[in-house]
Each structure stands twice: as structure tokens, then as C-alpha cells.
Design a binder for this molecule. Structure first.
Ligand code: 13P
Length: 345
């Protein structure tokens, strides 16, 4: 099953200055969204300044939301407020909200996140649900990683809906560290998550749900990670604040382009046209052939045969210039009294 790729830019608590927002917005608007969904998570403080500035279809996606709606919830954002701002997506479950801040703020539990997920879906908001293991778990091997991710996913299982939920697998040890999971590690984990969804939810949901990779993704490692069959996109932190974000989007769009679209792209560039008689075959268009013929003809020094239609002969001048015999004969002819001057090239 082909899944449309999806790439998100998580700006976290960046940039520092309002004046820098314009260039950050430009990085997102530089993305070609023809073959890839794009979303951006501005910092909560900047949300109101930027939410209507994305011109290429990138979806503005808050980094959090509450599960109670509007009212006396100081410091919170409510899904109920999203609609009037045209906000369709929300990110929840980022490891930095699950207790990896390194700050003594209360961690969001998997049960709380399942409550948020259910609330968001009920309000018609689609959801990016982030999961991922810390380094000591990764060091125990993929089984431990899967067990850890399952613990995070399990309470959300009843709400998993491939049309409305995207999973972002972000190993904590690779976030902001410059240490990216190898394509083999990422693929193995994504596949294990998908297989678990197939077993516990349904084969259809597993085949259709998009699983993003996050953790030091950048323009350099995106092509190789994109080639992995179970990686459907990226959740990008640091590189989403840079112009290279558009390259990450382009890399996965290219890797996941359906065969027919790839054919279209090559076909458009080739200048070929359908063959006039052989169905399904392609040919060089007649105009190109004629132009090529004209160019060759001009270079050849040939001239139209004086009597045989469609045939060509070497002109006197070309023959003379090209062969010693020709120039010798031309000289003899020219030296005869009363003979015409040799033809000039
Ligand atoms: P980096 O791309 O900076 O490692 O951050 C990943 C991330 O946490 C995205 O949500």
C-alpha cells in the first residue's frame, strides 16, 4: 500500500526573536508539497503570529493541547480554539512532554495522552502522536524498544485511525544529539510497530497508518532513511529551522513517489511524445527530428541534388575544401583559359 509521505517541522521553543520568524516561515513555504504533506509546530507563544502565514499548504500544528476545552485553564491551549484559526492537526506525546525536559515538570503519562488523543479526535482534530525510547532501553535491544513503545501506544490503540493519526517514532537518544538512528535500526523499529498494530488493531490500519521518524533528521540522512519501506516521513527539530527542511521534504517525496508519478516526471523532462502508430511506445517528436536534421544538414556542406528529388550531393566548394584531389582539379579548371572562377565556399 502506498502511503503519502508526511514531514513535520517542530520548532519547539524557537526562534528567540520575533524578527526571525519571517525567515523560518520562508523555510516552510519553500517546500514542494505536491507529493508530501507538510506540517509545522510553531512555539505556543508565536502561534498567533504565524498561523496564517503558510502559503504552500503546510498545516499549522500546535505542540500540545488540553482535554477540557475553553475555560479556566491557565497556560493551556484547547482544541476548541483551533477551529476558528483553521488548525486541523495537533502534536501530542513528544518525549520533551513525557518527562525528557530534564526539568522537574510533571511528565505526561501515556494514559493522559490517550485521553488527549480521544478528545482531539472527537473535536475533529487530527493528531501526530509521538513515542520513543530513551538510551538505556535502546541498549537492551529491539525487543525492549518495542515493549517500551507498546506501553506508550497501548492506551491509544482504540483511537488509532490511519486517516486521522500519524505516529512519530522519535528515539530520545537521537533527539538534538546529532546521533541519528541508522536506517536499519529505524526500519526495524517502524516495522515492529506496524506489525504490532496489525496484530492488535487490524491489518488495514497497520498498512495505512503513517509512521514518521524523528531524531537528528537532516538533508544528508533523509534520502537513505526515506528509502526504508516503513518510514513514511520525518518529524524534524533543528533542521526545520533551516533552509534544508525543503530538501528533507523533497527527499522523501522523491523516494515515495508512486511509479506512475515517477514515469510522468521523467516523461515530462524527456520531450518524448506517444509513438504515432505503436500503442504505448514513445518517440522523438517530428519537430525535434526535423530540427536535428536541419542542424546536421547545415553542418554537412551537402546541397540538394540538381535532379534527383530528396537526394543530396557534395557541393563543389565542400568537395574542393575537403579533398586534395578536389582542390587540385579546381585549380586545373581555374587555370584553363576562359574557365569560370572556382566556386567560393
Ligand atoms: P531534532 O531533529 O533536533 O533531533 O529533534 C527531533 C524532534 O524532537 C522533533 O520533534
Amino acid at each position: 500500500m502506498s502511503r503519502r509521505p508526511i514531514v513535520g517541522g517542530n520548532w519547539k521553543t524557537n526562534p528567540e526573536k520575533v524578527a526571525d520568524l519571517e525567515s523560518k516561515i520562508a523555510n516552510i513555504n519553500a517546500c514542494d508539497t505536491t507529493n508530501c504533506d507538510v506540517y509545522v509546530c510553531p512555539s505556543p507563544l508565536h502561534m498567533g503570529l504565524v498561523y496564517d502565514k503558510f502559503t504552500k499548504g503546510a498545516k499549522v500544528t500546535p505542540q500540545n493541547c488540553n482535554f477540557k476545552g475553553c475555560g479556566a485553564y491557565t497556560g493551556e491551549m484547547a482544541a476548541d480554539q483551533f477551529a476558528s484559526m483553521g488548525i486541523e492537526w495537533c502534536l501530542i506525546g513528544h518525549s520533551e512532554r513525557r518527562g525528557e525536559f530534564g526539568l522537574p515538570t510533571p511528565a505526561e503519562s501515556s494514559d493522559l495522552l490517550a485521553t488527549k488523543l480521544a478528545y482531539l479526535l472527537e473535536k475533529g482534530i487530527k493528531c501526530v502522536l509521538a513515542i520513543g525510547e530513551p538510551l538505556p532501553v535502546r541498549e537492551k535491544g529491539v525487543e525492549a524498544v518495542l515493549a517500551f513503545c507498546i506501553e506508550q501506544l497501548k492506551p491509544c490503540l482504540p483511537h488509532l485511525d490511519a486517516a486521522k493519526v500519524v505516529i512519530a517514532y522519535e528515539p530520545v537518544w537521537s533527539i538534538g544529539t546529532g546521533v541519528t538512528a541508522t536506517p536499519a535500526q529505524a526500519q526495524e523499529t517502524h516495522k515492529a510497530i506496524r506489525d504490532w498494530i496489525a496484530k492488535e488493531k487490524s491489518a488495514e490500519c497497520a498498512a495505512a497508518i503513517r509512521i514518521q521518524y524523528g531524531g537528528s533528521a537532516n538533508a544528508k540522512n533523509a534520502p537513505e532513511l526515506s528509502a526504508c519501506p516503513d518510514i513514511d516521513g520525518f518529524l524534524v527539530g533543528g533542521a526545520s529551522l533551516k533552509p534544508e527542511f525543503a530538501e528533507i521534504v523533497a527527499a522523501i517525496a522523491k523516494a515515495k513517489m508512486p511509479l506512475s508519478a515517477q514515469f510522468e516526471a521523467v516523461y515530462k523532462k524527456s520531450g518524448l511524445v506517444p509513438h504515432p502508430t505503436i500503442k504505448g511506445a514513445l518517440a522523438t517528436p517530428a519537430t525535434v527530428l526535423t530540427r536535428r536534421f536541419d542542424e546536421q544538414y547545415k553542418k554537412s556542406g551537402l546541397v540538394a541534388h540538381p535532379t534527383i528529388k530528396g537526394a543530396f550531393v557534395v557541393s563543389d566548394a565542400a568537395w574542393r575544401d575537403a579533398s586534395p584531389a578536389g582542390s587540385a582539379m579546381a585549380a586545373v579548371r581555374a587555370s584553363r583559359p576562359g574557365s569560370a572562377k572556382p566556386e567560393k565556399a
